[in-house]
Write a protein that binds this ligand. Structure first.
Ligand SMILES: C[S@@+](CC[C@H](N)C(=O)[O-])C[C@H]1O[C@@H](n2cnc3c(N)ncnc32)[C@H](O)[C@@H]1O
Length: 194
């Protein structure tokens, strides 16, 4: 996890509190990932949401702008990011912690956006452990995204996943799986239902 902290701290030192610290190329690129969750909240009557790797807590603004009412909790391994998130969204609850080592209660919806982009040692094992724990902690839906092998341009720093392999590789206990590759050639979201 050191790599995740070091990488984002470099960006934070460069960009201070700006959106760029969480590594997205643009607001559009961040929001196309947020858009995925929009429809599933109402449809599935989700009352609470855990945003793992919440960064600056930009999802809160997105939910407010779209008039989506849900109890929000943000978790991030980087305490500086949590400080920024708290300042920007004083009415919401944010917590510092590495999800893999944090005891949390269950949530109707768990969202993970961007954590799997940075290539980690034993990346597949890392993702598998992460997703299994997140799926266990969700009551209704787990949504996560990854960079896709379908991307036209690839960078060595990042990890790209073949979307067709995901259902084989991860939890086979989901009731329903939706793979949403509709919003970009380089990114794909997985929506797993319990
Ligand atoms: C690409 S950024 C995305 C931030 C946010 N989801 C967004 O879309 O604006 C990934 C975030 O995940 C956090 N992170 C990485 N590993 C984590 C872990 N094990 N537990 C909690 N947060 C983690 C990083 O600190 C970083 O803020």
């Amino acid at each position: 996890m050191k790599k995740q902290i070091q990488y984002y701290e470099k960006l934070r030192k460069k960009f201070k509190t700006k959106r760029e610290i969480v590594g997205w190329g643009s607001k559009k690129s961040q929001q196309m990932r947020f858009n995925v969750i929009k429809n599933y909240i109402k449809e599935n009557n989700c009352k609470n949401l855990l945003d793992i790797g919440c960064g600056r807590g930009d999802l809160v603004n997105y939910l407010n702008k779209n008039k989506i009412k849900i109890k929000y909790i943000g978790l991030d391994i980087n305490h500086n990011f949590i400080q920024i998130a708290k300042k920007r969204n004083p009415k919401n609850f944010f917590k510092v912690g590495n999800f893999l080592h944090t005891k949390i209660k269950s949530f109707d919806l768990i969202f993970i956006s961007g954590i799997f982009n940075l290539k980690m040692k034993n990346h597949e094992k890392f993702m598998e452990t992460f997703i299994k724990k997140a799926f266990k902690q969700t009551k209704k839906i787990l949504i996560f995204n990854c960079l896709s092998t379908n991307a036209k341009r690839k960078k060595k720093l990042y990890y790209y996943i073949n979307p067709f392999e995901i259902s084989k590789r991860y939890n086979k206990n989901f009731k329903k799986l939706i793979i949403d590759h509709s919003y970009a050639d380089h990114d794909v979201s997985f929506i797993l239902f319990k």
